[in-house]
Design a protein around this ligand. Structure first.
Ligand code: PMP
Length: 360
């Protein structure tokens, strides 16, 4: 039988052609400064740990609520909406997979920025959806005027990944107005670090779906909880797909912890503000070292140095036990995507880069 890297005679048609998403490295060794997958540097609210503790024990014998009712209500409460406008899933990656399958299958190309979250092409391929990349402007921003053609949907991360650049609400509104029969998906994984959320537009536009996650601003990447907010008709489409995959995508611990996280507004505010303050220090420090830094509204910055190639910087940082991310893609191969860490981590990173680029 051929090895797993070859083509197996046991596979169904199409499996050999899939190229799964490669997530950022999750190192199995301790002691690294990990700034490569945009995790929050501070832990989740202590109320999360307490809620999870209470959800363990004999209750684990029982299946969780398949509808995650309490969690949908917590999301709805926070955004002033109805629970029927909320879909929840096992991380926003899973939510996005259901979105591609349920809402973006119209026989016309789905428009998305040519530099964006690299999972979108993977979903498109998996579900046989034609994806049409729309080039970013020279300054790496999204130009809404470029999304004019008839389409089977529009998918934009706002702030965009991996650039960190954000669109204003007026631009999202313009897209919704211009394409009333297309679903416009706004992936707001990083929105809580300074961008304007499109959730306020949900009651006005039945074609808008906003996707968010608890992995970033709520510091729960390990719990795997994401959600979508939109018109009940869109949510029902997602529920139908979900119910054909997995009745219980969110376990009891995830549901309990996520509710507690959404209810601790004070912790959320305090920790996201610390990240935004560290982002300013990081951005300025990089500029002082000669880097070009894109304006970021996310918990990471995207930066390149005119005298050093991206892979070279990545390797030199790794040698100093600092992990960041670099993408081997046209136009952005020389950029590093650096997660905003604690002030101590930011300072260690800047010291390391100073030594590498020769200003230390
Ligand atoms: N959208 C974007 C733009 C992201 O960068 C990420 C994180 N890789 C996700 C969605 C998925 O996040 P999660 O599955 O942890 O909710």
């Amino acid at each position: 039988i051929p090895s797993p890297s070859g083509v197996s005679p046991f596979w169904s048609a199409g499996v050999a052609d899939l190229s799964p998403y490669t997530p950022g490295e999750q190192p199995q060794i301790a002691g690294l400064i990990k700034l490569n997958t945009n995790e929050h540097p501070y832990g989740p609210s202590p109320a999360v740990l307490e809620a999870i503790r209470q959800a363990t024990g004999d209750a684990l014998r029982l299946y969780p609520d398949p509808d995650a009712t309490a969690l949908k209500q917590a999301v709805a409460r926070r955004h002033g909406l109805d629970a029927g406008q909320v879909f929840v899933g096992n991380g926003s990656d899973e939510v996005l997979a259901h979105v591609f399958r349920a809402l973006l299958r119209h026989g016309r190309p789905v428009l998305t920025p040519d530099i964006g979250y690299s999972f979108y092409p993977v979903y498109a391929r998996l579900f046989d959806i034609a994806l049409q990349p729309v080039p970013l402007r020279a300054d790496f921003s999204v130009n809404p005027a470029d999304y004019g053609e008839p389409n089977g949907g529009i998918v934009i991360a706002n702030p965009n990944a991996p650039t960190g650049c954000a669109l204003e609400l007026a631009a999202i509104r313009a897209l919704l107005e211009a394409h009333p029969t297309s679903v416009v998906v706004v992936d707001e994984a990083y929105v809580d670090f300074g961008a304007e959320s499109a959730v306020s537009l949900v009651p006005v536009y039945p074609n808008l779906l906003v996707v968010q996650t608890l992995s970033k601003s709520r510091s729960l990447a390990g719990l795997r909880v994401g959600f979508a907010i939109g018109h009940p008709a869109l949510i029902e489409g997602l529920e139908r797909i979900k119910g054909c995959f997995n009745s219980y995508p969110l376990d009891r611990l995830a549901q309990a912890g996520a509710v507690a996280a959404l209810e601790d507004e004070a912790w959320f505010e305090q920790t996201r503000r610390r990240v935004m303050a560290a982002r300013s220090v990081l951005s300025q420090g990089l500029v002082d070292l000669g880097f070009e830094v894109l304006p970021s509204q996310a918990n990471f910055v995207f930066a390149r140095h005119p005298g050093h190639a991206g892979p070279e910087l990545l390797a030199a940082l790794r040698q100093r036990r600092i992990l960041v991310r670099q993408f081997d893609k046209p136009r952005i191969a020389d950029f590093l995507r650096i997660t905003v860490g604690t002030p101590e981590q930011v300072s260690a990173l800047l010291d390391a880069l100073a030594a590498i680029v020769g200003r230390g």
